[in-house]
Design a protein around this ligand. Sequence first.
Ligand SMILES: Cc1cc2nc3c(=O)[nH]c(=O)nc-3n(C[C@H](O)[C@H](O)[C@H](O)COP(=O)(O)OP(=O)(O)OC[C@H]3O[C@@H](n4cnc5c(N)ncnc54)[C@H](O)[C@@H]3O)c2cc1C
Length: 475
Amino acid sequence: MTQDPDAGAHQALRLIGPAPRNWVLERPGIDHNVVLVGGGQTGCAFAWALRRAGIGKVSVIDAAPDEAHAGVWLHAARMNLLRTPKSLVGPELSLPALSFQAWYEARHGREAYAAIDRIRRVDWAAYLSWYKQFLGIEVRYGVRLDRIEPAGDHFRLHLNTGIETTRKIVLANGVGGTGGPYYPPAMEALPTAFRAHTADVIDFSALRGKTVAVVGAAASAFDAAGVALEAGAGTVHLYARRDTIASVPISRSRGFPGAYDNYRSLPDAVRWEQAVRFRRYGSTPTVDAITRAVAFPNFHLHLSSPWESARIEGGQIVAQAGGAEVRCDFAIAGTGYFVDPNARAELAGFADKIMLWRDRYDPPVDQLDDYLGAHPYLGEGHEYLEKTPGTAPYLGNIHVHNVAGFVSFGVPIGDVPSMKRDIPGVTARISRDLMLADIDRHAERMRADVAPDFGPELYAAALNRGGLPPRGSRA
Ligand SMILES: Cc1cc2nc3c(=O)[nH]c(=O)nc-3n(C[C@H](O)[C@H](O)[C@H](O)COP(=O)(O)OP(=O)(O)OC[C@H]3O[C@@H](n4cnc5c(N)ncnc54)[C@H](O)[C@@H]3O)c2cc1C
């Protein structure tokens, strides 16, 4: 282990040399070439990728007041270990010296890294903090995007701090970024004092001694149950719709490079069938999330028990689930997120112009799925496409980097598995668009006079020396 844990990372930056100068041409009245909405791992990795592509005037904004509240890792994520394998390429993109592995080994040694099965969540958060600080990525915390106003060849961004202009937008705004947390209708009817979503910051200490219901059976539901039990909840009941817990990680069958690298080019029918297949098999909780909850004798699992209705009676929740009556003090929805551009304030005014999968693809009757149909049908650069060509050309300058890209790209966009393929891909697209948008001025620039590197005096001494030309030469 070296004394300076950052020595390897410094050396890697030295070897790749300085980032290119900003080549994007100035336009009057434009504050930013690209605004990254969200300063989590996606926003920071994009900031680095755009810098290396020579794209300047990039601004990263985040509504959270500070780093600790941004992203999910230190609040909404409650698992002890990341769900994804430790070996995936993450924000380091093509530079291994910036990887989690390099960061961890520099601090704890190779053997320590080899010994961990999956990455501890708090270590991942610490690594991301280091990445941002080491690369000098500035995130403007406390700056929230409220509305995107298309304005010809650029956008006026309505921020809580004022209006700024940009040519490109990347929505790196997290798992609910094209919709929001989903509540089953039965829970939605409950007063907010009696319910929370796993996306919320939950005061688990207030649940000490209480009877808690968790609705849903994917990883976040089991994590919430585990944390509630560890915090001293009296009893925790988890209600699953299915008659078994989803245990088949069905997407693994498409985990080979041909499918991953080329997913966007696959026929619509193949991508839709894959998305439907994933929905039918369900999102699998990790083994450790289940074990964590099951280890408590006061944890109860109820299968085939969707919540059908709920009301408040005598200061408690009384619900019907799978035909049985449930009484509890507090209910947590671990039911994931919905996708609907119309639900997003920042897209108000043009959400209905965005092409969705249901506008583009008619599935066979045995593959109908409204939830998947509401996902945007994204272009190759993750850009929104127009439902009706010619009605909203500016959509091509909004690049979506959140889970709504799942049907188009086959992995939850923004998660670690998407980073290796999609951040370079979108960066290349932004670069191409910015270049072509100013092609006349760039062509002029490329036509410019170029000073010679040397004059004829450099080789003059070798001329007219009187020697005979070699045999067979034309002279
Ligand atoms: C419980 C849970 C566990 C997960 N576990 C894993 C895992 O193990 N492995 C994995 O790969 N992925 C996991 N994920 C997915 C995880 O969300 C992503 O990997 C990661 O957080 C994505 O980073 P991001 O930067 O895209 O989004 P986020 O980390 O969610 O960051 C989005 C940022 O956007 C900001 N923002 C949102 N709206 C606005 C706005 N209007 N204006 C300004 N800023 C805004 C937010 O404040 C936030 O900081 C998990 C997600 C959850 C919820």
